[in-house]
Design a protein around this ligand. Sequence first.
Ligand code: GMT
Length: 376
Amino acid sequence: MRIGIVCYPTFGGSGVLATELGKALADKGHSVHFITYREPVRLGGFNANICYHEVRVPTYPLFDYPPYESALASTLVDVTLNDNLDLLHVHYAIPHASAAYMAQKILEKNQGRKIPFITTLHGTDITLVGKDQTYGPVVAFSINESDAITAVSDNLREETLKTFPINKPIQVIHNFVDVKRFQRKPFDAFRKVIAPGGEKILLHASNFRKIKRVEDVIRIFAEVRRALPAKLLMVGDGPERHMAESLCRETGFCDDIRFVGKQEQMEDILAISDLFVLPSEYESFGLSALEAMAAGVPVISTDVGGLPEIILQGETGFMGRVGDVEAMSRHAIQILQDDTLYKQMSAQAKAQARKFDIHNIVPQYEALYQQFIGNR
Ligand code: GMT
């Protein structure tokens, strides 16, 4: 199959998922074309079945806001024609679904050919940004015009149906992880640099937006640190980083907290981590938590959105109420202090992650594509 993938090329979960999907499809012999404004961060080295097409957005003095959506739609038309694409798969509805709709209409009118497009909903495109009246009508329209709609969790499917009048089925295809890639390797030298005294290592990774409640990460860590020797690694960057850095000074544990910025090799960082902390206000899925579990790292999180679809309460970690720092800290301490419990949870986390292994999920997308390509 010849598939065009549209995504955000950033560290966000939707871009990571789209990139990993494209790479997996290419490994299976499909021809994959990434169409976005920058090379996706997880794309990695050369693959003969992958092409990256950059969407150029020329500036012009008239434009206070260069029209990315039009530039994307035009690039989709161009790539579909020149590379004879069978299908477009857009990740994150805004503005990708409406750009794909526009490209579809242009091709239909000019070439008499309908390129099917599939929209995968990832989370904030529905629950935060999409809901906003500024975008709502366009989001609802372009989702409904998609030839197929998928959501990354049952919860996101329900949220979408609550938010928009959707007139076609939404298929749930859960996010996935390449379990093999996240198998722990002995990384003692790296671990010694971060925790020279053998301290436990807690990890948080996100885009540091409000929805992630990074202040709760710092508060949970402070409680853990009062109970046992520990270090905290904060991976990622975003609007709440400054606040989090000030808060860590207030806790008095600044020397034990490292902000390491955006990192690509999550598997290396997870290999030295003992506990992953994700106390978000909402997660449609929580791909970072799944990656942690694949590495055998138990997760302390909130019980929101799609997280209960991947985390098994008391078996692969603990989920508390949003803002319940006390309960999340108490369970974190318990897990870290009890070696037998820790080993059990770590093994169960790996076993649970295997259910979401790339080899189980990617065929679901291929089967969906086949439904449309078969009709051409
Ligand atoms: O978490 C973010 O803010 C980034 C966002 C994105 O679109 O890249 O992540 C969303 O999609 C991920 C991949 O499907 C999910 O794992 C995240 O849970 C989801 N984030 C939210 O729902 C807040």
